[in-house]
Design a protein around this ligand. Structure first.
Ligand code: ATP
Ligand code: MG
Length: 140
């Protein structure tokens, strides 16, 4: 047994398109526990920190512009192997490669707007949970 916590997000495109309920419903149906949840518009400096690994890449500026373009739903999920499990539920980064049945496979067509985010490793999860929920006292 490896109970993990991961950081998950419905990105601005998902919120704009009314997919919050669908995404949350899949998380709950899977059996992960939602231990933190907040609706927020990400400030620019927080977005730059969150996507710090991509600084300097050609898609960095458009990515920051997109992720700050409207409210997101930020979450902390808890469950058995939740980090890889949630990544699997989201599907490949590029929706063109994402299998049917995954969130990106079912609800997105282009890499720039791919509906959901999930931490890619335990250290990333800890870092991202800290960025979004660190001082908040909002985690169960
Ligand atoms: P995320 O971190 O958003 O959950 P990911 O971990 O699957 O996605 P990353 O490699 O971390 O993918 O890229 C972060 C985001 O940057 C992607 O979700 C995508 O929207 C965008 N992105 C990544 N690679 C490219 C690319 N080659 N061209 C355009 N956008 C890209
Ligand atoms: Mg990533």
């Amino acid at each position: 047994m490896a109970t993990e916590r991961t950081f998950a997000m419905v990105k601005p495109d998902g919120v704009r398109r009314g997919l919050v309920g669908t995404v949350v419903s899949r998380i709950e149906a899977k059996g992960y526990r939602i231990v933190g949840m907040r609706l927020m518009t990400i400030p620019r400096e927080m977005a730059e920190r969150h996507y710090g690994e991509h600084q300097g890449k050609p898609f960095f500026e458009p990515l920051v512009a997109f992720i700050t373009s409207g409210p997101v739903v930020a979450m902390v999920l808890e469950g058995e192997d939740a980090i890889a499990g949630w990544r699997g539920m989201m599907g490949a980064t590029n929706p063109k490669d994402a299998a049917a049945g995954t969130i990106r496979g079912d609800f997105a067509t282009v890499i720039d707007e791919n509906v959901a985010h999930g931490s890619d490793a335990p250290a990333t999860a800890e870092r991202e949970i800290g960025i979004f929920f660190g001082e908040s006292g909002l985690i169960d």
